[in-house]
Ligand binder design. Structure first.
Ligand SMILES: Nc1nc2c(ncn2[C@@H]2O[C@H](COP(=O)(O)OP(=O)(O)OP(=O)(O)O)[C@@H](O)[C@H]2O)c(=O)[nH]1
Ligand SMILES: [Mg+2]
Length: 250
């Protein structure tokens, strides 16, 4: 969770004067939960349609998360439209379309090398005319330091807002739990460029602890909303601070 926050939480635990290891562990858990909550952690999908944009660095888990979300929304009786707007990387579109098929969701695909913002705009028109209630937009991976690519994302968000008032309803940063403290730098940059509404913590099924989201939430007040616990469609969960704090300390 980074040295500054770790020092703060440790100091708080010390003040509670735990007598046993068990008490210390429980106090730490309580401190983590306190640092994480209470924040609204549900997706805001009340608008019809609602638009969800997913951002993140290369390989974070964006495409997989879109597929998992589509799967979960279908199961909840909704009609999601999956938008393959990674026009940048070779096979980026095909990958999203293949995942959408597996999830039983319809896909709206851009053309390789095309304008991602235009793809998102057209997808929203399609959603409105054909009655899709949720538009899930997969974007190309990029480093937060690539200014021109960050600018392109701002354009996507702007154009989405023009296509539909109040959109995007959700701007989610997918954070790879195995990347550690670099996630904080990512979150700062994506948040200041795009105004994040939430985080998705992917790859929590391995040895990674994902402690970086505590630092991100404390500093940016952007709630972690979802958590990826594997590579299958069923492996997406609502983020639960109590569960997370327990998992953090084994
Ligand atoms: N174990 C595990 N693997 C995951 C999880 N989420 C994604 N992955 C894997 O991470 C890799 C990258 O996932 P993608 O969804 O393609 O990531 P992306 O952000 O779309 O990548 P780019 O489009 O290349 O930027 C794939 O091998 C996924 O199967 C997760 O929750 N757990
Ligand atoms: Mg992808």
């Amino acid at each position: 969770m980074g040295p500054a926050l770790a020092a703060r939480l440790t100091e708080n635990v010390r003040r509670r004067k735990p007598l046993t290891l068990e008490e210390a562990r429980a106090a730490l858990e309580a401190e983590v939960v306190a640092a994480l909550s209470p924040r609204p952690r549900g997706l805001d999908l009340s608008a019809n349609p609602s638009v969800v944009l997913l951002y993140g660095v290369n390989g974070a888990g964006k495409t997989t998360t879109v597929a998992k979300l589509a799967h979960g929304l279908k199961q909840a009786g909704r009609r999601p439209l999956v938008v393959a707007a990674d026009t940048f990387r070779a096979a980026g579109i095909e990958q999203m379309v293949a995942w959408a098929e597996r999830a039983g969701a319809e896909a709206f695909a851009g053309k390789p090398g095309g304008d991602a913002a235009a793809v998102a705009f057209d997808a929203i028109q399609t959603a409105r005319s054909r009655g899709f209630d949720t538009v899930l937009v997969d974007t190309a991976g990029r480093l937060q330091t690539q200014q021109n690519l960050m600018k392109e994302l701002r354009k996507v968000a702007r154009v989405v807002g023009r296509a539909l008032e109040g959109a995007p309803q959700e701007s989610l940063l997918v954070v790879d739990a195995t990347l550690g403290q670099n996630s904080l730098a990512q979150a700062r940059a994506f948040n200041s460029a795009l105004g994040l509404t939430g985080l998705v913590l992917a790859k929590m099924d391995g040895t990674a602890k994902g402690g970086a989201v505590i630092a991100i939430e404390s500093e940016l007040e952007v709630p972690t909303k979802l958590m990826g616990l594997g590579e299958k469609l069923e492996d997406l969960y609502a983020f639960d601070p109590a569960w997370f704090a327990r998992a953090l300390f084994g």
